[in-house]
Design a protein around this ligand. Structure first.
Ligand code: C5P
Length: 473
């Protein structure tokens, strides 16, 4: 799929595609995405995770053509456009949000106006774009406090390194930062910057501050940069990914609205020396899918993830860790929570003492690795006497006697449910996209059909919502 480009189509198809894209006001690439999505939906009705992004944003019942005005109950999104090359994608983002029924208002930073003009933004939104904190007309007319409050969600896209630093520091020296400081609404940022700037310690500090302040993050993605020859992590999330993240924040009436959920996912890496570590084959796919499903159901989700090769799920606060002890600290820092789901494959042991330098190979000498036990995060949280989440769920990855072992684990760990699965090599679960699970609770065992990990996640989240409602336990 990644190798199919519009350029490879024959001329007639290209012309038809161009006409169709122009008729719908989309780029040719986006038109192709829509066609493929529609085809996928026709062949697979009923929906999957990515299809959420085509539905109307919460607050409206149907999507509408972008030319129609938004209705009274349309969700109001304030889009702050920062000054980076990815600002061109913000124009597309405006259209994608409007298609899903949102009412858009936009603020441009001074730097953003080097990339997109207030005229283009105003033409798309149907109202003037705001840019100046000291503009007497807009202060009289709307004012930065009203801009900050008259919305349901503030989206910052692209969120440049400079804008992140200003937000983290509480600056308010232009309209965008004044609005961001004044708002009491949820904020979603879509960072976009050069990979070197993204990995800079200052950016990591600022991002940690912002996530601690409750700011949600989508992206960045990995790929080529606008600068020739530059590639890495730092590309702004695609407009449809930002839309999905916005949807999960705006989904006020979801079955987990108002609930705080903590999820662990992925493996842990336990260092032996600076280059070697103990790891396992967990991909993090199931844990990440659970975090995404909980966010899609309206929960406020913190995902504590070990090293994985997966994008951050939209609308989720992600805390990245390496070791079991770091995972434990991050879980505790994310509390209080209503629900904790421990899907990570935490290493049971770590090397006792880590060598500061690489252990050298010596002829005739095999070093001995002495292991020591890691803290059991699940047990320790499940057995808390105060501040225990209402529902604590563990996973049991077993290679034999799956159900009997899971039942023993439920009792030993003191959790409420165990999701048990067979991870023997023949099952293909580790790293695969499907899973066959058994839900083990105090009242019995339910064996679910083999299904996609996304679907397992959605079913589990439905059961969680029912349990919190007291409908099922
Ligand atoms: O004991 P075992 O590793 O089989 O238990 C699996 C469950 O316990 C999973 O839910 C896993 O996330 C959790 N666990 C944990 N901390 C550990 C080991 C396992 O939270 N140190």
């Amino acid at each position: 799929m990644a190798s199919l480009t519009v350029r490879q189509l024959d001329d007639t198809l290209k012309r038809l595609l161009r006409l169709r894209a122009a008729r719908h006001g989309r780029s040719m690439e986006d038109e192709v995405r829509v066609i493929l999505r529609d085809a996928a939906q026709e062949s697979h009705p009923g929906g999957s995770g990515t299809e959420q992004s085509q539905a109307a944003l919460p607050g409206r019942k149907t999507s509408r053509p972008t030319s129609e005005p938004a209705s009274e109950d349309a969700p109001r999104v304030l889009l702050i456009i920062g000054g980076g090359i990815a600002a061109y994608k913000s124009l597309d983002l405006i259209r994608r949000l409007q298609e899903r029924g949102a009412h858009l208002r936009c603020v441009l930073t001074a730097a953003a106006q080097h990339f997109v003009t207030p005229l283009a933004v105003g033409a798309l939104t149907g109202e003037r774009a705001f840019a100046d904190l000291f503009d007497p007309q807009s202060e009289f007319d709307v004012g930065h406090i009203r801009l900050a409050r008259d919305c349901d969600l503030v989206v910052v896209a692209p969120a440049t390194a400079d804008l992140l630093a200003k937000m983290a520091g509480g600056h308010a020296d232009d309209l965008a930062t004044a609005v961001l400081l004044a708002t009491d609404k949820p904020i979603l940022i879509a960072p976009a910057m050069n990979p070197g700037m993204w990995t800079a310690k200052a950016t990591a500090r600022n991002l940690a501050q912002l996530t601690a302040d409750g700011v949600r993050v989508v992206g960045p993605n990995s790929g080529e940069m606008a600068e020739r020859g530059e590639a890495g992590l730092g590309r702004m999330a695609e407009p449809l990914e930002i839309v999905a993240a916005a949807q999960s924040i705006l989904r006020r009436g979801g079955s987990l609205a108002g609930q705080r959920v903590v999820v662990t996912s992925g493996p842990t890496h336990e260092p032996i020396d600076p280059v070697r570590y103990i790891a396992n084959r967990s991909s993090g796919k199931q844990g990440h899918a659970i975090a995404a499903a909980a966010a899609a159901a309206g929960a406020e989700v913190t995902l504590v993830s070990g090293p994985v090769n997966l994008p951050d799920p939209p609308g989720v606060s992600v805390v990245k860790v390496e070791t079991a002890r770091q995972m434990f600290d991050a879980v505790e820092a994310a509390f209080p929570a209503d629900v904790a789901i421990f899907a990570a494959a935490v290493a049971d042991w770590r090397s006792q003492g880590t060598s500061a330098s690489k252990i050298k190979k010596q002829l005739g000498h095999t070093p001995t690795l002495t292991l020591t036990e890691n803290p059991d995060i699940l047990s320790s949280i499940a057995q808390r006497t105060s501040g225990r989440p209402r529902l604590v769920i563990g996973f049991a990855a077993e290679t034999n006697d799956v159900i009997a072992n899971a039942q023993a684990k439920l009792r030993k760990k003191g959790c409420d449910w165990i999701v048990a699965n067979d991870v023997s090599a023949e099952s293909g679960v580790m790293g695969g996209d499907t899973n066959t699970v058994h839900l083990v609770t105090a009242s019995g065992v339910e064996s679910w059909q083999p299904q996609a990990k996304d679907q397992v996640a959605r079913s589990l989240i439905e059961r969680v919502a029912a349990a919190l409602d007291g409908r099922q336990r």
